[in-house]
Design a protein around this ligand. Structure first.
Ligand code: SAM
Length: 277
């Protein structure tokens, strides 16, 4: 099925209308995995933040350990650190297409933030997020193609299951890059297509026929779940997104797939000249 990219009005109305059953349907349609993917993605994104990581050499503690942020050589030392680099501690977080706030909530529960912002253009989604997610979050009703933020505003920009709704992905990635602080990280979690032959045998009939049918029956909105199915079938491979990110100046771009590639987390950083090894 070719997914003609629907206009924003359609996407906004679709999400407004499915808000009451959105979280429940996500869990049903992903066989209970969507929440686990968000949690795993959060753990991966925050791994090592606030500590210092080894780019080469042996791990060790106590004598010989370098202070955070330093870069040192201890040749002949039993616990030698060849090179260490500080992983910046993110203090400000932005969730683009935050929906009911489930992805942002994982990050809020894991550590404290100086400021947390959730952006979505669906008023119903934002309403539900503000009622169900605890914590000091600024919920903003905005189109993420016209973000009202200054350059270098956020240490971490996340987005869960939203990239497929983006109309111009290179432009979107460029906006994200602009609002990241130097050294800041972008992390996008989305549904993708598994590569394993045996998994695909089940996945594609499920995606094409069962998922839209279940979505329609439970939500009452057939077009929204036809769009969901079509957008996964047509969504570009993660490598292409990573290529665009690298072309736009992101560095340390990586991806991690879940459930044989049914979901993928893509990450990259904005360069921080003082942080280069
Ligand atoms: C599939 S939902 C994902 C929600 C949430 N991130 C999650 O983890 O479940 C996609 C969200 O992106 C929002 N969205 C789509 N296009 C948008 C745009 N141009 N500006 C702002 N929000 C948008 C939709 O309203 C919807 O809430």
């Amino acid at each position: 099925m070719k997914c003609d990219h629907p206009d924003k009005k359609f996407i906004q109305e679709a999400f407004d209308s499915i808000t009451p059953c959105y979280d429940r349907l996500n869990q049903i349609l992903s066989f209970g995995m969507s929440e686990a993917w968000r949690k795993k993605a959060c753990a991966i994104v925050l791994k090592g933040t606030g500590s210092f990581s080894l780019s080469t050499g042996q791990a060790g503690s106590g004598k010989g350990a370098c202070p955070p942020g330093s870069e040192k050589e201890h040749k002949g030392d039993r616990h030698h650190f060849i090179k260490t680099k500080m992983v910046p501690v993110p203090k400000t977080i932005l969730d683009l297409g935050c929906g009911t706030g489930k992805f942002l909530e994982c990050f809020l529960k894991t550590r404290s933030w100086e400021s947390a912002v959730g952006v979505d253009f669906s008023a119903a989604m934002l309403q539900k997020a503000s009622e169900t997610v605890s914590g000091n979050v600024m919920w903003l009703r905005e189109d993420f193609d016209a973000l009202p933020f200054l350059d270098s505003s956020f240490d971490l920009v996340i987005s869960g299951f939203t990239l497929r709704s983006v109309q111009n992905l290179p432009e979107f990635l460029s906006h994200v890059h602009r609002i990241l602080t130097p050294g800041g990280k972008a992390a996008f979690l989305d549904l993708t297509r598994p590569r394993n032959f045996w998994v695909r045998l089940f996945f594609f009939p499920y995606l094409k026929f069962i998922l839209p049918l279940l979505g329609w029956l439970i939500s009452g909105n057939r077009k929204a779940y036809d769009f969901l199915s079509g957008s996964i079938q047509d969504f570009q491979a993660p490598e292409k997104t990573i290529q665009w990110m690298e072309d736009l100046g992101y560095r340390d771009c990586t991806s991690k797939s879940f459930a044989f590639g049914a979901a993928t987390l893509i990450m990259g950083r904005k360069s921080a000249p003082s942080n280069e090894p």
